[in-house]
Design a protein. Structure first.
Length: 567
């Protein structure tokens, strides 16, 4: 699949001015301007986030009502149930809120729906459980914004709801005691892109403000918050950047026992980045809910004994290995089902494991760049995950097919859905019709956003030290990508890895050769041999091996250099 390198442009006058104000070279100034940072003060806030930059939680619609109801429950010794989805954002949210409320009452429990029996979101079964166990208040985290019927069902059983969600609201908002979601059209909260765990944290922050508890008392929860921000792929801007910045500091200095055990099982050493969280910690937390049950993820995240946490981490690691095998096998099967002529992909098998369909959907887009849905079966219902391509609003497309769905929810680029088996053919046809009529040619071309085209010799340790200060990275503040033309390999290029699927090059520069690695790019070796010139797209990172850390390039693409004929 050919991938376009889309090189970004910025205002050269603004770049030069910022370069002079900050005393940095124009490469760094260009990177900042692309991220909306145009002044000295904005740069200072970007590089030195402060807890004081966080917004007052009571600016969020419904916050006063939520805090009042929780304080009433604590005063009257009511039983409170913490309810959250089985993914990383949901389980970190539940662990955080459960641990916090445990400080004030022992009448608190938690509930994670079964991925296979109940599906995502608030279930009637979960409400029945709450009634049976005599819970009178449910705090829903990372779910609930579309649970109109479920909240009404609970109300009829004298169970109150507080909803903390960040997903796109529907036309009707549940009639809960309080709905905390900054994406509500009438919510004036200044920052709209919090994770589900982030909304839950704002509730905790509000409770502490009401009780006059110092913020430092809840700083320990920022590690869970950083994991949720990384795993849920929310923007790392504004408030999220502050929370992720300090959350990564907690992870690297004093992580909770469960995260420490998971970090050890991931094999990561040294200072962790948010990329390590996304690819090392998050998949293991997810694996519990994908293969066994999401409550196992909560168990390890609230465990205080490191030895017990290690035992739980070992069990989760077994699930993670099983998840990897399922992912690989199902992806191979699904790739054979794709119809090249269509502008969308909907694939289904009754044999596929529901826990990995989201991962498989992402894998399929890597090979066939179009909106993709992967479904598995459970009791005549098909449940699955949808993933989109850049610029195409998947949520809006599903909304137009809502009459064929039992339920759905999510974001612009990712969603979950449930559909009756007898409606599958109609849905495939309708979804393809919706996609075909609305997707643009631009949205059908895979691309990498490139910050700047530079000479390979401009990549220096000094530049990389500054780039590292742009962290934590994520959407709207991704790791900078560069393009360099007419580079050559020193002759040491080779395919590496167990299956020789990766590419390792040692590129010539004017000073000393620089190592680069391209994952799943082994077949590109032929473009770099025999001293031929080629163009590369890459980011800059570092590699630690045998206790030594060195700068390296992480390759994103290789193209043959275009020879320009002299006039």
């Amino acid at each position: 699949m050919d991938i376009r390198w889309n090189i970004q442009k910025s205002d050269p006058i603004l770049v030069k001015k910022l370069s002079e104000e900050l005393g940095v070279n124009e490469i760094v100034a260009h990177l900042l301007v692309l991220r909306g940072i145009n002044t000295y003060d904005e740069a200072k806030k970007f590089f030195r986030p402060q807890i004081s930059d966080l917004h007052d939680p009571f600016l969020m619609k419904g916050m006063n009502e939520a805090v009042d109801r929780i304080q009433s429950a604590l005063k009257n010794d009511e039983k409170i149930l913490i309810y959250g989805d089985y993914d990383v954002d949901g389980t970190t949210s539940v662990a955080m809120m459960y641990d916090f409320l445990n400080r004030f009452t022992k009448n608190v429990g938690y509930y994670i729906p079964d991925r296979y029996e109940e599906g995502y979101g608030i279930s009637f079964k979960g409400i029945d459980y709450a009634q049976h166990e005599e819970f009178s208040l449910i705090i829903a985290l990372d779910c609930g914004i579309r649970a109109v019927k479920q909240v009404e069902y609970a109300s009829n059983k004298d169970i109150d709801f507080i909803i903390c969600d960040h997903h796109t609201p529907g036309l009707n908002i549940p009639r809960a005691i309080s709905v905390l979601n900054p994406k509500q059209s009438d919510c004036k909260y200044p920052y709209k892109e919090l994770s589900g765990c982030g909304v839950g944290f704002k509730l905790i922050q509000a409770i502490c403000k009401r009780k006059k508890i110092d913020f430092n008392e809840i700083g320990e929860y920022l590690d869970l918050l950083a994991v949720s921000i990384g795993a849920d792929i929310v923007e790392v801007t504004g408030e999220n950047r502050v929370l992720a910045f300090y959350g990564m500091r907690v992870i690297n200095q004093s992580p909770r026992a469960g995260l420490k055990a998971l970090i050890e099982r991931s094999g990561k050493a040294g200072k962790l980045s948010i990329r390590d969280v996304i690819f090392g910690i998050a998949p293991r937390i997810n694996a519990a809910g994908r293969i066994e049950h999401g409550k196992k993820a909560v168990e390890i995240l609230i465990e205080e004994d490191i030895e017990k946490a290690k035992i739980l981490a070992d069990a989760i690691e077994t699930h993670n290995q099983e998840r990897k095998e399922l992912d690989q096998n199902i992806t191979k099967e699904a790739l054979l089902m794709i119809d090249e002529k269509k502008k969308s992909t909907v694939v289904y098998s009754s044999d596929w494991h529901k826990g990995v369909v989201g991962i498989v959907a992402s894998r399929l887009i890597e090979k066939h760049y179009k909106p993709t849905i992967v479904l598995s079966e459970n009791d005549q219902e098909l449940t699955g995950s949808a993933r989109s391509v850049k610029g195409f609003d998947l949520y809006e497309a599903l909304l137009k097919c809502e009459h064929l769905l039992e339920k759905f929810g999510g974001h612009k680029y990712a969603a979950g859905l449930t559909i009756k088996k007898q409606n599958l053919d109609s849905f495939i046809s309708e979804f393809e019709k919706v996609v075909s009529s609305s997707i643009t040619e631009e949205q059908q071309i895979a691309e990498i956003e490139v910050d700047l085209e530079i000479d390979i010799n401009e990549i220096t340790p000094k530049l990389y030290r500054i780039i590292k200060q742009f962290a934590p990275f994520g959407p709207k503040n991704r790791i900078p990508n560069f393009v360099s033309r007419n580079v050559t390999d020193s002759g040491k290029g080779k395919r590496v890895g167990e299956e020789k699927s990766h590419l390792r090059l040692v590129l010539n520069t004017s000073t000393k050769p620089i190592t680069s690695i391209g994952f799943r790019m082994g077949e590109e070796l032929i473009k770099t041999e025999n001293n031929q010139e080629f163009d590369i797209c890459y980011s800059v990172d570092e590699n630690t091996w045998s206790g030594r850390t060195s700068m390296q390039l992480r390759l994103k693409g290789i193209k043959q250099s275009v020879k320009v004929s002299p006039k």
